[in-house]
Design a protein around this ligand. Structure first.
Ligand code: COA
Length: 416
């Protein structure tokens, strides 16, 4: 079966997570992705959090599937020459070096355009060009802090908290993927590449837009009725941390189920959907609440929503999270179990949808990775192992037109 990006050649000059998540997704769309890494060491994630001595760490193997690896010292003249050749023959170059690093290497946007006007250059930085913090090196959690996620995550009596989801890293990578695909489409009409840039701060903020919504509502009315602070607590002039409250108009909370004392994930997320009130009452054996004026509307329930959740928790005491969901699903109530990573790793549904995939790696053996979250009927994704450092160096050089003698000279100069 053909793939969406068949024939598209990508220079993957990325490292750590934000950039590699983007190029891995493009590889899953069928692009020919060559990862360019520094000889000897390669992407730092090959060795960070290593669990098997001598084998690429999972951090690397889970972000670099379906790619080739070319080692290249792009600070040496011979290495620069190879990169120039690659640029001339590629469609896209993706990078997420520290601000200015690519320029310092000699590959400014102007230089790249001269080498190949059709090339799309896609970059991730912590902050936008021209931002007060434009020069900062940034990792995921910094972006979560600067993008509004940390100040609005966690409980009101605790400090700002970052999410376990890589909002600054993989999320930025997915934003970059969208920009690259749009630029590729525009190239059909203009014949030209362009620069695509996504800052990690922007990508986080883009997911936190409801909190900017809430700031403006708070400025106007002084309260946020769907937050746990209403009506019994107090508000300041900034959006507070709302614990596990639902972000929209339907109140929700994380509720304890049977076994929570020993199992840290014996919980469900439960939503009281306004229109589902009658069946919610039936499901939790509280039919008398259906027509009770003190409970029958969302407004009437507002000041006792935590009493209602407390009642449901008591009702859940003798039910596991899975038993609870089996009951609620019959009543069409929006809810779901809190799943641990162990449960996710072994979930047969996620294996069936190839969302969790087992890959065989020639050094580390079998490992699990997250498959493509984008399912397409005409783009079947087969996930293959991540490359060893420099595994495809000679193959890529040969395709660029270097003969065996020239390749040997590049090795001797330690340029590859
Ligand atoms: N050959 C020669 N030099 C290479 C090279 C290669 N193949 N690959 C990288 N380098 C050089 C860079 O040119 C740079 O040199 P310079 O500082 O002399 O200009 C150097 O290696 C270090 O690169 P840098 O990007 O600064 O790496 P770092 O490990 O110090 O910082 C980050 C890592 C992630 C903090 C930084 O790259 C960054 O802020 N990136 C943008 C934001 C981002 O993507 N963060 C998310 C990461 S998940």
């Amino acid at each position: 079966m053909s793939k969406a990006l068949d024939g598209i050649k990508i220079i993957d000059f990325t490292h750590v997570q934000a950039g590699p998540s983007c190029t891995q997704q493009l590889a899953w769309f069928g692009a020919d992705v060559t990862k360019v890494e520094r000889p000897g060491s390669g992407d730092a994630t090959r060795t960070s959090l290593q669990d098997i001595p001598g084998a690429d760490a999972l951090y690397f193997t889970m972000l670099n599937c379906n790619k080739k690896s070319l080692t290249l010292d792009t600070k040496k003249p011979e290495g620069k020459e190879v990169l120039e050749k690659l640029i001339k023959q590629s469609d896209i170059m993706v990078e997420n070096f520290a601000p200015g690093a690519l320029d310092r290497m000699g590959f400014t946007w102007e230089t790249i355009q001269k080498l190949n006007p059709r090339l799309i250059l896609a970059s991730v930085k912590g902050f936008n060009d021209g931002h007060f913090y434009e020069d900062l090196k940034v990792y995921d959690n910094v972006a979560q802090a600067a993008g509004g996620a940390a100040s609005t995550t966690g409980f009101w009596d605790g400090p700002p908290t970052v999410s376990g989801a890589a909002l600054g890293d993989s999320n930025t990578g997915m934003h970059l993927t969208i920009g690259i695909l749009a630029a590729l489409q525009q190239r059909h009409t203009t014949g030209l590449g362009q620069k695509v840039a996504v800052s990690m701060q922007d990508a986080v903020l883009n997911l936190c837009r409801v909190k900017l919504r809430d700031q403006q509502r708070l400025d106007r009315t002084g309260v946020l009725e769907e937050y746990p602070q209403y009506p019994h607590g107090t508000f300041t002039d900034v959006v507070p941390r709302g614990g596990n409250a639902g972000g929209g108009g339907n109140p929700g909370w994380i509720l304890k189920c049977k076994g929570w004392e020993k199992d840290p994930n014996a919980y469900i997320y439960f939503t009281i959907q306004g229109t589902a009130w009658p069946q919610t009452c039936r499901a939790i054996d509280k039919e008398e609440w259906i027509d009770d004026p003190a409970y029958m509307t969302a407004r009437a329930r507002q000041d006792k929503i935590f009493d209602i959740f407390a009642y449901i928790e008591t009702w859940l005491q003798d039910k596991t999270k899975f038993e609870a969901i089996e009951i609620f699903r019959k009543f069409d109530i929006p809810c779901g179990p809190v799943l641990s990573m162990k449960e996710i790793a072994n979930d047969p549904s996620l294996r069936r949808s190839e969302t969790i995939v087992e890959v065989d790696h020639k050094v580390r053996g079998k490992y699990l990775t997250v498959g493509s979250p984008i399912k397409m009927s005409a783009n079947k994704v087969e996930i293959t192992q991540s490359p060893l450092l420099g595994e495809h160096t000679d193959e890529v050089l040969a395709k660029l037109g270097y003969n065996a003698q020239q390749i040997a000279a590049l090795h001797a100069a330690e340029a590859v």
